[in-house]
Design a protein around this ligand. Sequence first.
Ligand code: SF4
Ligand code: SF4
Length: 702
Amino acid sequence: MLDEVPLYPLAPLVFLAAAGLFLLQMARHLRVFAVARPAVVTDQPDTRLGSMVRFALVQVRMFRDPTAGLMHAAIFWGFVILTIGTLDRVTFGAVHTVVAWPLDGWLWRLLLLVSNVMVVAVLAGVGIALFRRVIVRPRRLTLSRDGLRILLLIGGVVATELLAEAFRLARHGDADAAWAWAANAIAVPLASLSPDVLAAGYAVFFWANIAVVCFFLAYLPRSKHLHIATAFLNTAFRKLTPRGRLPMMDLEAATARFGVKTIADLSWKDLLDGFTCTECGRCQDACPAWATGKPLNPKTMIMGLRELSVEAEAGVPLIPWIKPAAGPANLAAAVAQTPIVGSAIPEDAVWDCVTCGACVEACPVLIEHVDKIVGLRRNLVLEEARFPAELTGAMNAMERHGNPWGQPASARLGWTRGLPFTVPVAADVADAGPDAVAGLEVLYWVGCAAAFDDRNKKVARAFVTCLHAAGVQYAVLGQEESCTGDPARRMGNEYVFQMLAQGNIATLDRYRPKTIVTACPHCFNTLGNEYGQLGGHYEVVHHSAFLSRLVEEGRLRSADPGDPASVAPRTLTYHDSCYLARYNDVIAQPRAVLGAVPGVELREMDKHGRSGFCCGAGGGRMWMEETRGTRINAERTRQALETGAETVATACPFCLVMLKDGLADAGDRAGGVQAQDVAEILAASLAARPERQLPVIQPGAS
Ligand code: SF4
Ligand code: SF4
């Protein structure tokens, strides 16, 4: 049959030439990786392998959208399997010979069957993908020439292979024709054509297939579809440190660049992120800043990083002794040439980010956006002093007073005033002996919001009411507590973060608490996930988890719904804090607390759990004006009101403030709906215990 194809011996040479072009272009990319900063990716090899299988091979995140997931899997797997046919062709049937050898040819028959199923699946997948891109046009997808070209190429590879096989079967037949059922279905009507026409048809589609495959191979390194290969590496080399931990900065290193200015300041793994982006737009879709009309788009930022890499490598010839006529002398200079801010991402967009992590959670190939955005902020803050004016006050207040509200440390215990019991302070407890605080069940880390914000003072009061009711032995640090530094770190001011963290670590190490409990997810994340970078290792529990444990152990009991002591809401919806749910998987515990209140019906918002929608306060945005687009808290309030619940519960002081403001701004639309912390809801429902005096806590009064 091959004898009837003109110039068929040239096929492997053409294929090798295309493969050479592919490798040459990959070499260009690899040069940029070679001058990038190092990244540690050799730890936990089993986890990395598992991650590759889960995210690149099985593509689990793609199936969050079942239609897109099935379509993508069909195209990907079909394309992989059908490549075997092309390899068979360029090796003059060697693949057939090898695969047909064992099991008396059954392996080959099975391959024929599967590949024919996949032919149909790929063609259907390409058809659906083209329809979505060209006709449906979902907002998250970019209608790019590259995307269309690749889809047409994939369709072309498969269609030409199918037709070549159909002409071959029609001309010569095959004992295994029934297994190649799709090609055979086309071959049957073709069989009426003359042998010459069938031979010509085979030759045309043989060469068309080789041409499309070779073009695809040579084109791939310049396309976003390089992710077919890079996704395997990117998912294997993923970040394995806690999701909520930002990279450490060495502030002492005299020669170091502070933060990220150009792609020269990124690691090769960050550059790999760029080359792995599929441009699917899932991060863009999940981003609350983009959803509310801000210029920040995590997708275009990652695409921009890839473009900067490609631009840098394009300016420097591959062969070292060829000097460019103009431009940078070498690649190290080329990558350090263009600032990322202003090219891959507009400067104001850098400050739109609430560091909610929704982009990272949505990305099917595990690209890390947040670390890069904070890296850019670090450079703007620490090297260029370029940041929104509103941040000056909060940064100075943290540096001088140890809290972003700028309140004196002496005011830290103001929230305890009027409680019918005494809140123990660690310094006083320590008078009983050096290990007295370590002997307590928990140290309650109050956090700046609960200490200084009037609305959140009520949450602290409700929480200690629960601790008191459950007979928990605890203490607070009082004046010795400072901001954990979370806002400073996420604003990009690593200097203030490290200063605050070191102070707090010194205090905590003096008391050596068994467990720290906090109602603030930001404190929870920073104390538990980030202080270890500076030598502070603690067991930290969020108050929702601690309360659910007290309920489970029977140490806290809610009154019956009819009991006048209970003022629990009837219907509520729960808003997940990003730093609790997405970053730290604390999802079930606050719901367990709410579930312990009798008569309460929980109505989930569409976006909840790890897919929750930010309140708008993270990443230091609590202290910034939101002047463009819709306010993020207004959008989240709208989503909460859609549930028809009478209370919006949360477990974060910042979320509480944002939702309270959102409900107030909604006016009549809110219909009296209130925002409350889970501790307040539980405390308000507690059965009166004669042996303890509980203060009466009215829901959400502010
Ligand atoms: S962290 Fe949140 S706000 Fe920032 S880019 Fe990602 S999705 Fe958008
Ligand atoms: S960064 Fe991830 S989620 Fe965003 S467009 Fe690229 S592949 Fe899709």
